[in-house]
Design a protein around this ligand. Structure first.
Ligand SMILES: NC(=O)c1ccc[n+]([C@@H]2O[C@H](COP(=O)([O-])OP(=O)(O)OC[C@H]3O[C@@H](n4cnc5c(N)ncnc54)[C@H](O)[C@@H]3O)[C@@H](O)[C@H]2O)c1
Length: 470
């Protein structure tokens, strides 16, 4: 079976490489000729663990190639996937312009019956619309449309693609259903469920799944805020709630709000489409508002935590003005270089508006961050960012930020203050290392040196300024 994939981004490239690894003949096509030149020279346009190996293995054995035009690949294909971007429009609806453009171009090149599969995340009705676009462009085009939404997560994309929880295929065409059944037969043989449904339902499933996950994230972040206010511990809460099999533990980790290229735009798109259908999805609308509020609130929290710490440490000016903030992590999550809709992109410009100097380090996203936030200073390592800093701010849960020795790093900072928006450390543990530690929905741990030189750790729950020695 010959496959073309239009769009060699996070989804198209991973899908192409994995289909090739399963034995299919794959051509990835992208209109970005620089991206294709980079791929053809052995480079990768994105950071994704394990991708380099799988791409080079399949290029070498001739099952995977990259082209910047559709001309050769499309006429030779049995299946053409469309995996181009669908960013949000100003009113929240998904912009399907690139999907339509790709469909128009490919319609002119079809030779023989071809299944055209929309892998991009698109609103319900897009399949029918794309079918009209293609027939208008080429009335003789012989094709069937299908939807096959992708559920991979950046950072874990290869595994998610090859070992998914389920595969969703939606089409109203019986022959297309059979062809896609054959494509995914190797998965079914491994007992991976393939949910076959109609076009519209498949399109909606992707939005419903992402909106549900976003709801869990927003919910636990609200619980973390509440824990902060009333002195409860969100980690214990999340563990106990998640142990209920009906709820499950995943996506119950407080953080700086959901971000990335999917949840923000997919929740907005579902809410917009539901409004259009005169059936508002009020829970999803509330989730969107809650997430935006949470990220804004964190800017205030960072400033308050810093003021609290600097007051305790006897710093004269406790405002952020002129202070050096060492930011650890810029990507929207670990193991990716993607900063689209990342918390960093919202929080850091706000801190800069308050006069803070940002010195940032991310293991993979420095290049993207440099382009998106020219005002930040880029550092080559966490240690470099932390040297002389007034506060350290953890924004991404990269594994290398988990095991840092703050007893060594704290003394290299101007003031040893750590604001952890990923709850990577146990408060008591890290406070024992000599830093003043603030996180989400848990007691602050403030390491204080007494006049007699003895070190004591204070656990403060911020309720009316009360604190207890630990
Ligand atoms: N990134 C994810 O984690 C993820 C996960 C699941 C689903 N999705 C969905 O998959 C789709 C693609 O997302 P992405 O993150 O891979 O996007 P991306 O921006 O990384 O890649 C899109 C690529 O399409 C190319 N392109 C645009 N128009 C084209 C055309 N006419 N022909 C050929 N190539 C064209 C662009 O140059 C770009 O390289 C989106 O709808 C997204 O919502 C993304």
């Amino acid at each position: 079976m010959k496959i073309s994939i239009l769009g060699a981004g996070y989804v198209g490239l991973v899908s192409g490489a994995c289909f090739a690894d399963l034995g299919w003949d794959v051509t990835c096509v992208d209109i970005d000729s620089e991206k294709i030149a980079l791929l053809n020279s052995g480079g990768l346009p994105i950071f994704e663990p394990g991708l380099e190996e799988i791409v080079s293995r399949n290029v070498q054995c001739g099952r995977l190639r990259f082209e910047d035009t559709l001309d050769e690949a499309v006429p030779a294909s049995d299946i053409v996937f469309i995996a181009v971007g669908t960013p949000p429009l100003e009113d929240g609806r998904a912009d399907t312009t690139s999907v339509a453009a790709a469909a128009r171009d490919l319609a002119l090149l079809l030779a023989g019956h071809t299944v055209v599969v929309i892998k991009s995340t698109v609103p319900v009705g897009t399949g029918a619309y794309i079918s009209r676009v293609m027939s208008d462009a080429n009335p003789k085009a012989d094709f069937a449309i299908a939807s096959n939404p992708e559920f991979l997560r950046e950072g874990n994309a290869i595994r998610d693609f090859l070992e998914p929880d389920r595969i969703v295929v939606g089409t109203d065409d019986a022959a297309a259903r059979d062809i896609l059944h054959s494509l995914y037969a190797p998965f079914e043989q491994r007992d991976i469920p393939v949910v076959m449904t109609d076009q519209a339902t498949a399109e909606l499933i992707k939005y419903a799944a992402n909106s549900f996950l976003a709801t869990k994230v927003a919910f636990i972040n609200e619980m973390a805020d509440l824990c902060d206010q009333i002195g409860a511990n969100v980690d214990d809460l999340a563990r106990a709630v998640g142990l209920d099999a009906r709820i499950g533990p995943s996506f119950l980790k407080p953080g700086p709000g959901y971000g990335g290229s999917c949840f923000p735009k997919d929740t907005l798109a579902l809410a917009a489409q539901a409004q259009e259908a005169d059936t508002p999805v009020r829970i999803v609308e509330a989730v969107v508002a809650s997430n935006a509020h949470h990220i804004r609130r964190l800017v205030k929290k960072i400033a308050e935590n810093c003021t609290d710490a600097w007051e305790r440490l006897g710093v004269e000016d406790t405002s952020l003005w002129g202070k050096s903030v060492a930011v650890l992590g810029l990507a929207f999550k670990s193991n990716t270089d993607d900063i689209r809709y990342a918390a960093s992109v919202v929080i850091l410009p706000e801190l800069m508006k308050h006069g803070a100097r940002i010195r940032a380090y991310d293991p993979a996203a420095m290049e993207n961050a440099r382009a998106a936030m020219p005002g930040i200073e880029c550092c080559a390592s966490a240690a470099e960012a932390l040297a002389g800093a007034d506060v350290a701010l953890i924004l991404t849960e990269w594994p290398e930020f988990r095991g840092m020795d703050w007893s060594l790093l704290g003394p290299r900072m101007a003031t040893p203050v750590l604001v952890d928006l990923r709850n990577l450390y146990e408060p008591a543990d890290v406070a024992g290392d000599g830093v003043m530690y603030y996180s989400l929905g848990r007691p602050d741990a403030l390491d204080i040196e007494r006049e007699d030189g003895e070190q004591i750790v204070q656990m403060s729950d911020h309720r009316g300024g009360g604190s207890k020695a630990g």
